[in-house]
Design a protein around this ligand. Structure first.
Ligand SMILES: NC(=O)c1ccc[n+]([C@@H]2O[C@H](COP(=O)([O-])OP(=O)(O)OC[C@H]3O[C@@H](n4cnc5c(N)ncnc54)[C@H](OP(=O)(O)O)[C@@H]3O)[C@@H](O)[C@H]2O)c1
Length: 330
């Protein structure tokens, strides 16, 4: 049975999630890819153990991660049962509902009906009594915001989640949600949004500023642009890469000459900083202290150990920041 490394908290930094009392590791691990029904179970275990041994306490899931939908939660539940149960109180586990999960009108969106039943199913799959954070996964214009927020509040009151978050919301809608949740005294502590050197949409849609103003944390997903912001595509497309393995969420069309040129130029800045490109891309997100954690994915344990190296260098010079922006055409 797995025994966690005793020194696991020594080489990680933990940041407060907004103004809440919950601290998250600088690097968190997401189970969107590589934990599905066709993936290698021993590798999944290695990924979880490597993360936890290196101070990564936060694991992020969603009802429909797989494929097949639910299988990432199922596999995570098996690992909880076999090895991680003794460490449950040292882990922050999150899941979500909001995108399509099961057929018909009650398996998608933001209704109370969907959110409450989906979390019950997630808890069964993960073999947990509660999650630490439950998210509404996306804005749903067909459901009144009040209904979705009241559902999140009910979930906390039922004891099935300790905190709530929202994902893929804009700044404007997030502020409306925050007002409702504040009135309910519901512990809304985190926003989960895509953010990377290549994707600045949370700066453009006001989410980043609104979160900071509301004392709410931000966790950045796809911080490596699914692997583009690493050195892996510099010399062709490796067989064992997300583009070759999956092709649905990231495919060859992303690797234009322009993007490749940007990746090469960014890689040079990283080398001058004494970091890999993956490390620099992650440090860039945490540089101003406004983002709580970077939520990485990994297909192999060595990527996790490389990526946590960022805690040794989070700061940038003005010149480096300007150069990164210039390369991105900003
Ligand atoms: N809320 C939402 O709507 C939403 C949406 C998307 C993701 N998420 C969350 O965010 C998590 C992370 O998303 P993501 O997987 O797209 O993040 P990412 O960190 O941008 O990409 C992860 C992929 O990059 C590659 N990689 C990682 N470290 C590397 C390194 N050091 N060197 C070379 N390649 C490296 C691996 O791909 P290879 O397979 O090619 O090795 C890995 O699977 C998800 O698991 C999920 O929890 C949330």
């Amino acid at each position: 049975m797995y025994q966690a490394q005793e020194n696991r908290y020594e080489n990680m930094k933990y940041f407060s999630c907004g103004k809440s009392g919950l601290k998250l590791p600088a690097v968190s691990l997401g189970l969107w890819h590589n934990f599905g029904s066709k993936d290698n179970f021993d590798n999944m275990k290695d990924l979880i153990f490597t993360a936890f041994d290196n101070g990564i306490t936060h694991f992020d899931l969603a009802n429909n991660y797989g494929p097949v939908y639910g299988s990432a939660e199922d596999n995570f539940g098996r690992i909880m049962e076999s090895d991680m149960r003794p460490y449950r109180n040292q882990m922050v586990i999150s899941t979500k509902a909001g995108y399509d999960m099961w057929p018909g009108p009650y398996g998608d969106g933001g209704s109370r009906k969907y959110l409450l039943s989906s979390l019950d199913e997630s808890l069964k799959r993960m073999k947990l009594d509660y999650v630490d954070i439950f998210y509404h996964h996306r804005m749903d214009p067909e459901t009144p915001l009040e209904e979705t927020m009241l559902a999140l509040d009910s979930i906390v009151k039922s004891g099935k989640a300790l905190y709530v978050g929202i994902s893929n919301y804009t700044g404007e809608v997030m502020e409306k949600a925050a007002v409702i949740l504040k009135e309910l005294k519901c512990p809304f502590i985190i926003n989960q949004n895509r953010y990377s050197i290549f994707d600045r949409s949370i700066e453009e849609n006001g989410l980043k500023a609104a979160a900071v103003q509301n004392g709410c944390g931000i966790i950045a997903f796809s911080p490596l642009a699914q692997g583009l912001l690493t050195d892996k595509y510099l010399h062709g497309i490796p067989e064992d890469s997300r583009i070759k393995r999956d092709g649905r969420f990231l495919n060859e069309s992303a690797l234009t000459e322009k993007t490749l040129g940007q990746i090469r130029a960014l890689n040079e800045i990283a080398a001058n900083r004494g970091q890999s490109l993956a490390q620099m891309a992650l440090s860039w997100i945490l540089k101003d202290g406004e983002v709580t954690s970077v939520l990485i994915g990994a297909s192999r344990p060595s990527q996790i150990t490389e990526n946590i190296g960022i805690i040794r260098k989070l700061d940038f010079t003005e010149e480096e920041l300007k150069e990164v922006d210039r390369i991105c055409g900003l």
